[in-house]
Design a protein around this ligand. Structure first.
Ligand code: NAG
Ligand code: NAG
Ligand code: NAG
Ligand code: NAG
Length: 521
């Protein structure tokens, strides 16, 4: 692949109603209708029929705005920078966005930024995806010079300063001869600490896409949002609130949800994965999918399940988990769970059935896994979106989730079961991996309420089924690819309207002054 040789260099840290038309035909007259009158009547009827047809179309369109195929092609040039080749969350999300967008704007190019290139991920790409990435891959001469220079310059700071100086030697933008024109919009999808002026060298307008899971932002994130980009796209209103609460100017914040792969997760030919040997055929299966560790509320889930159910209960908890940057296996997690149960004083003899799957399950096997489950449960302490919830919901599996953070935008009392929050409390600060959360508040789900909810869902299949049907309906209409592509297009249209020559000149000059003031030169 064209981008293979980038591996080493890319370890960047980082309704209108149909109106009733009353037509008053000619008042009663004994005289036969004149030719003119006939023509007028026929014309009137024809015009009203046309009018009605047109209004009906508008009505239908506005009643289902999300399901309209996207037809228009927007004339705009966009460079999308994201960890496309890493298989990370940001990368996967970026890929899903460009898959929908590329057919609907005139000039979309992409480039890898923000994480290391994962060879394993590259080899797992479908032919179709690989073709799309290559097709959209930005030609060298249109990229910020940073991406070309970094091939031979290693010191990161020097790189930044150098590109900055070449960008703004005297307060104006000086372009490399190879840089022929500016992109209308450069979108950078990464944590805000990665947003630096050199990335936006070719941008008229700068967009940052990011997300965060707690009640506030890590240090410096707000400054990066306010200073380095013109607007920030976050997945839900939850982040609009937390970002604004941490000092990001609220007019800069716009919502762009994630897409859900509605085809993969509702395909009629999905066969349920066989139950793990630990579970009995008659068991009600609670499925949970998460990264092991504090934020996902693992200990709350385990304690609630262990205390609420017994081996006689015909319930089985099936867990698919993995640990960040660590190769693990099911035996390892069984060990941790065994220890956890012992610490609670719940001995093997009175322990309900828990199965842990090997972490190596492929993406293709995920729909089958959800199809096996009777309910999905994850009492996360805080989410920026909550992809497994949306996937379970697409698969008609009733979901149980904590009543706090981003996923409450789609998990409501109509579409799922929300578990009470005891309080918001500090994230334990002993975990180096989680440094970003230090000093932040996250939800503490009520174990007591979770026990009741799990019991209720198991014993009330009709209620659970009704919610699952609502859930699928909501997810498949609001977050399908067309709906999300439309949202991106609307944002781009709004931005395009701002890009008058005068505005652009003003924005570039302001940016240059700001960078000089920051002392980068
Ligand atoms: C793009 O630039 C890099 C670094 O200068 C170079 O190695 C590569 O061959 C260029 N690719 C193309 C298609 O020109
Ligand atoms: C896309 O936009 C960039 C930046 O404006 C420009 O350099 C490039 O030539 C455009 N590509 C096409 C195919 O128009
Ligand atoms: C599972 O992981 C543990 C610890 O990570 C390791 O000691 C053990 O050998 C692994 N077992 C298998 C079957 O891979
Ligand atoms: C969930 O939170 C909302 C808003 O804080 C509250 O109105 C609602 O009663 C809560 N529901 C449950 C089940 O705790």
């Amino acid at each position: 692949m064209r981008f293979n040789n980038w591996s080493k260099s890319h370890s960047f840290p980082l309704p209108m109603r149909y109106p009733r038309v009353f037509v008053k035909y000619s008042t009663y007259t004994k005289k036969p209708l004149s030719l003119q009158a006939v023509v007028i009547i026929v014309l009137t009827i024809a015009i009203h029929a046309l009018f009605g047809y047109y209004l009906t179309r508008i009505y239908l369109k506005s009643a289902h705005p999300n399901n309209q195929p996207v037809n228009d092609i927007l004339d705009i040039s966009v460079l999308w920078l994201a960890p496309f080749l890493s298989g990370s969350g940001y990368g996967a999300e970026a890929l899903s966005f460009i898959q929908g967008l590329h057919k609907h704007i005139t000039n979309l190019t992409i480039y890898h930024f923000g994480d290391i290139v994962e060879e394993e991920y590259l080899s797992s790409l479908s032919e179709e995806t690989e073709k799309l990435l290559k097709q959209l891959w930005a030609p060298n001469e249109t990229l910020p010079s940073y991406f070309i220079k970094r091939q031979y310059e290693d010191d990161q700071v020097a790189r930044k300063l150098d590109t900055r100086r070449r960008m703004f030697p005297d307060g104006t933008l000086i372009r490399e001869p190879i840089l022929r024109s500016l992109h209308d919009v450069v979108i950078v999808q990464s944590i805000p600490r990665g947003w630096e002026p050199y990335l936006f060298e070719t941008a008229k307008y700068r967009v940052g896409r990011t997300v965060f899971e707690t009640d506030r932002l890590p240090d410096e994130w707000a400054q990066h949002c306010n200073n380095e980009v013109d607007e920030v796209w976050v997945p839900t209103e939850f982040n609009v609130k937390t970002f604004a609460g941490s000092g990001v100017k609220s007019h800069m914040l716009h919502v762009l949800p994630q897409t859900v792969d509605t085809n993969t997760f509702s395909h009629p030919s999905i066969t349920p994965r066989p139950r793990p040997p630990e579970c009995l055929d008659s068991d009600f299966i609670f499925l949970s999918v998460f990264r092991w560790g504090g934020r996902k509320g693992t200990e709350f889930l385990l304690e609630a399940f262990l205390r609420e159910f017994s081996p006689e209960d015909s319930a089985c908890l099936v867990i698919l988990t993995a640990t960040h940057k660590m190769r693990t296996n099911a035996t390892y997690y069984h060990g941790l769970i065994h220890q956890f149960a012992n610490d609670l004083g719940i001995t093997s003899a009175i322990r309900p059935r828990i199965a842990v799957l090997e972490p190596s399950i492929s993406n293709q096997d995920m729909p089958g896994l959800y199809a096996m489950a009777n309910a999905f449960v994850l009492v996360s302490r805080g989410e920026g979106w909550g992809r497994p919830y949306t996937e379970a919901m697409m698969m008609n599996v009733p979901v149980i989730a904590t009543n706090w953070s981003a996923h409450t935008e789609f998990i409501t009392p109509e579409t799922g079961y929300l578990v009470k929050v005891d309080k918001l409390d500090l994230f334990p600060s002993d975990d180096e991996e989680m440094m970003n959360y230090w000093g932040h508040l996250l939800a503490r789900p009520s174990i007591c309420h979770l026990r009741q909810v799990m019991r209720f869902v198991k014993e009330n299949p009709q209620d659970a089924k009704r919610k699952a049907i609502n859930a699928k309906q909501l997810i498949s209409t609001r977050f399908n690819q067309n709906a999300v592509t439309n949202t991106i297009l609307n944002h781009l249209k709004r931005i395009k309207a701002k890009l008058t020559t005068e505005n652009v000149e003003h924005m570039l000059a302001t940016r240059a002054k700001q960078i000089i003031a920051q002392g980068a030169i």
